[in-house]
Design a protein around this ligand. Structure first.
Ligand code: ADP
Ligand code: MG
Length: 325
């Protein structure tokens, strides 16, 4: 089973940033309002994620690190309309198969916390351990037992950069959650959870005050599709596509067709050549979009891609045109 998990890890766990993503998403699925992320050496030496979510029962710890043990999907029907970020139940076993892994937790009702270690896929025993309500997952020495993968890790700065970029995209979508990051023992980022979903304050915190100042608010709904967020005015246009964030039903994704629609609207109304900066959230009925395309879930498939494209194009085209009128 360790081998199968390590093979799965090849798809889910590419680098420290993918571990951070899976663990923080688990924390959010558990209802966390605050997540602390401690890193050492770009996450290669240590990734420690502590959350204040609902926690997990001592008896369920071994299950959580076992393959296809997800508490989030009960049937194939659920797969159609999955609302949580995780649902495959392969992140923890994959990560635990290629690291020194510890999961500690306590639920509100439990008198004591508990902890479970997994070393390169070898399960230890569940042991009592004091823990505040919530969960801490520690991942040490990523890929220590898979030299072929370790070889592909980049410099500390680069790996840290990937982690911070992913956290930025998360912070934009979840301004209600407080995120604190430390690297090599020093606080490196803090996103205050102001509880104000989409207040715009996070824009400044994440992408800078200049973006926030020139951001045009988007909010439009039609035919069961809703687009909201911000696109920057032309004075803030960019030479590169570095500040383009798209979310579908809260998930950060890449989609060529939607990206094209945004760029085309921008170019048609304003001018050509420069890149728009944007943070856009597309919401639609979960049955109209398939998120189960790729294990890392960076991509989705729309049932009606043309309709989505045209809706995004039209919405942004009209909003931008209005600022010119
Ligand atoms: P998935 O998220 O796809 O269900 P994972 O392997 O990421 O699979 O996690 C397995 C299970 O472990 C989850 O379904 C959940 O029940 C439990 N779990 C993982 N992380 C946490 C956490 N931070 N708090 C509470 N439960 C968790
Ligand atoms: Mg998960």
């Amino acid at each position: 089973d360790t081998l199968i998990n390590q093979i799965a890890a090849g798809e889910v766990v590419e680098r420290p940033a993918s571990v951070v993503k899976e663990l923080v998403e688990n924390a959010l699925d558990a209802g966390a309002h605050r997540v602390d992320i401690d890193l050492e050496e770009g996450g290669v030496r240590l990734i420690r994620i502590r959350d204040d979510g609902g926690g997990i029962a001592a008896g369920e710890l071994p299950l959580a690190v076992s393959r296809h043990a997800t508490s989030k999907i009960a049937s194939l029907d659920d797969l159609e309309a999955v609302a949580t970020l995780g649902f495959r139940g392969e992140a923890l076993p994959s990560i635990a198969s290629v690291s020194r892994f510890t999961m500690s937790s306590r639920r509100d009702d439990d008198a004591h916390g508990a902890s479970l270690q997994v070393d390169g896929g070898n399960l230890g025993e569940v042991a009592p351990k004091p823990h505040p309500r919530g969960t801490t997952v520690e991942v040490r020495d990523l890929f220590y037992n898979v030299p072929a993968r370790r070889k592909f890790l980049r410099a500390e700065r680069t790996e840290l950069g990937h982690i911070e970029e992913w956290l930025r995209s998360l912070a934009l979508a979840r301004p209600d959650v407080e995120l604190r990051v430390s690297h090599n023992g020093k606080p490196s980022r803090r996103y205050k959870g102001d509880g104000q979903l989409f207040s715009g304050e996070r824009l400044g915190e994440t992408l800078g005050e200049e973006f926030a100042k020139h951001a045009l608010r988007i909010e439009h709904e039609a035919a069961g599709l809703r687009l909201h967020g911000w696109i920057a005015q032309p004075v803030y246009s960019r030479a590169s596509a570095d500040q383009q964030y798209l979310y579908v039903n809260g998930r950060s994704i890449r989609d060529r067709s939607v990206a094209h629609a945004v760029k085309q609207a921008y170019a048609d109304v304003l001018f050509h050549g420069r890149q728009p900066a944007y943070v856009l959230f597309l919401e639609l009925d979960p049955t109209r979009v398939d998120v189960n395309v790729h294990p890392a879930k960076h991509e989705v498939r729309f049932r009606d891609a043309r309709l989505v494209h045209d809706f995004v194009y039209r919405t942004l085209h009209d909003a931008l045109a209005e600022t010119r009128a």
